[in-house]
Design a protein. Structure first.
Length: 211
């Protein structure tokens, strides 16, 4: 049973790593080696997720022509020594905007980038660290969905409150209108009486005419 569990773990690990690869990233008019990873989230979500995680460690990158550069940072999962990270996140294609490709270049010394064929343990550590990116991106997407839903709820609550206020205002207006209608009925009856009195007075005056 333990052997089967280990086998499944190895297969799962292989499947995750197989989504990764090596490529190149443009930096200062040159091509530098980069680790690549496909993430099933938009480039905006994915980049924000990684940036926020690094910010939690106290690191803020400097953006240069779309590439975020982190100088002399310590990520213990990768190395005990300070490293430079170069991060670029792009959408996979025009048609597939909800999938992104992460390019990550790692440098231990200025101008020296980790590339395919270098220390296998270091490469594995970088790949393992990058395996966190889809998880972070998924969490970021969820937080955005929650925030968007909270905003929608607030908007609908505001509309409900405004409708309630309008209803109360209409009820007051209706009450006042009904009161005005009743008063108008009384005024009409009063005016009819007054008209009749004036008609009688006119008839009396007319009767006094000499024939």
């Amino acid at each position: 049973m333990k052997k089967l569990t280990l086998l499944f773990a190895c297969i799962a690990s292989f499947l995750v790593v197989s989504a990764q690869g090596f490529g190149e990233m443009e930096w200062q008019k040159a091509k530098i080696p980069a680790f690549t990873l496909e993430v099933p989230q938009s480039s905006s979500v994915t980049q924000d997720a990684i940036v926020k995680k690094l910010a939690q460690l106290g690191y803020n990158g400097k953006s240069t022509k779309g590439v975020l550069v982190y100088k002399a940072i310590r990520i213990t999962e990768i190395s005990s020594e300070p490293i430079d990270l170069y991060l670029n996140v792009e959408r996979k294609s025009r048609k597939d905007k909800e999938t992104s490709i992460v390019y990550l270049s790692v440098s231990g010394m200025p101008g020296s980038f980790v590339k395919q064929g270098d220390d296998a343990i270091l490469i594995q550590k970088i790949n393992t660290y990058m395996n966190n990116f889809p998880v972070w991106a998924e969490a970021e997407a969820l937080e955005r969905d929650i925030k968007a839903q909270e905003d929608r709820l607030k908007s609908e609550e505001k509309k409900a409150s405004e409708l309630q206020d309008e209803s109360e205002s209409l009820q007051k207006r209706l009450k006042k209108l009904n009161e005005d209608i009743e008063q108008n009925k009384k005024d009409i009856e009063k005016q009819k009486t007054e008209v009749e009195n004036q008609r009688k007075a006119l008839d009396i005056l007319r009767a006094k005419r000499k024939s």
